[in-house]
Design a protein around this ligand. Sequence first.
Ligand SMILES: C[S@@+](CC[C@H](N)C(=O)[O-])C[C@H]1O[C@@H](n2cnc3c(N)ncnc32)[C@H](O)[C@@H]1O
Length: 450
Amino acid sequence: MQTEKVMIDKVVAGGLGLGRLADGMVVMVPYALPGEEILVRAKRRKKKYMEAELLEVLKPSPHRVEPYCPHFGVCGGCDLQHAEYDYQVELKENILREQLVGAKVIAEAELEKIIERPLSAPQPFGYRQRLRLQVDKNGGYGFFRNLSHDVEEIESCPLAMPEINTVLGKLPTSEAMSHLLGLAREVELLASPGDNSMILIIRLRRKPRPTDAKAAGQAADDLDLVKAVYLAADGEQIQGPYCGSLLASEDEGRSLLLLLPFPAIQNHGIAPYTLGQEAGGFSQVNLQQNERMIETLLDWVEELPAKRGLDLFGGMGNFAIPLAAKLNEVVGLDLQRAAIRSAERNAEIAGLSNCSFIRKSAVDGIKEFGAAGDVFDLVLLDPPRRGCREVVPFLDGVGNPLVIYVSCDPATLARDIKEMAKNGYALKKIILVDMFPQTHHLETMVLLTK
Ligand SMILES: C[S@@+](CC[C@H](N)C(=O)[O-])C[C@H]1O[C@@H](n2cnc3c(N)ncnc32)[C@H](O)[C@@H]1O
């Protein structure tokens, strides 16, 4: 296909540079920055635009930097490493603005009045508490290459916490681990900074057998820092922990959980605490930014008259536990049984008697509370990427609560806020939290009231 010079106007959702070809057609190019003149080759024609690859940067942006990682551009993980960190945050804020204004959720002038300064990450590298890697048929592990299912093998990932990289580099030194990798589809490394250890989850291509369980125990023994290995297969319950010479039964307490320590939140009179989580459940990948998100949540709640909170996508109590220090009562819901078990254990250890957890889907939960006349004055929404449109019609039923929505996808956030606006909700506060430096992914917190 032909090559062409293009000027990049902006970076849009997905981290792609947007410009126009000579014939006026919109073109989307990865790894390009606003203001750059680049040479591209058209790759695929879509309905409304052309996808192209970047061949050469002819006039670079002053914000372009040399990417730190040797796998950048091949590995499908990072797509903004070629931009200075502060500029990455600026680009993401512009994407967020465009999504909200473009979807007519709020007028630009209104948005400028309420948007708070973004929370940039203090550590733009080395922040990930967990890393999920693909494993190829030969036991090689890494990330999928861009737009492919081929694995780009890595020995370390600059986004991961150092302890993850320490273990990652040592995996092939364990014969037992090599046996498991030969059967695996994915390997997940989870750091437990509360006791400076690690848990590994190996997802096999087939059902685990007794020999695999033995190998998992041996691998946990072989690899320093690793306190447990779990095995999983598609459609099967996660199996383990396998802890080598350590008997799992001796470890029923917290020692086999991921332990995530939180520092004191002085402004809110909260002493340091640790949350435990069963392997396989959700945890925020960036612990430092998670702390700042919790602080923001508590700051916002302090300004509100809220007393009774409903945390509809609560996980292991990441928000509910600190919120319980501010509200009279918090009820947390989650679909995952393991998340609810962890949340209950965390509340008990924190000595909290004003929070409870129920295993239920968000929509069933809010419907049932509404039908029973159970009223809340704050609802917290932190849904997966697909958002939570299904919950919106039932907010009125639990008393028109204030809503704090934590979102990892501005498109579904915009869609859901628009739905809420039909019921009279308006955006009052908004802040971008950069949970995922070096990538286009962005986290947003918003406060809505009727
Ligand atoms: C983005 S995570 C947030 C978890 C928690 N707020 C935190 O900060 O760790 C989303 C959570 O929603 C749960 N979940 C997914 N679909 C759900 C549903 N329909 N109803 C309730 N919980 C759901 C997942 O198990 C996961 O724990």
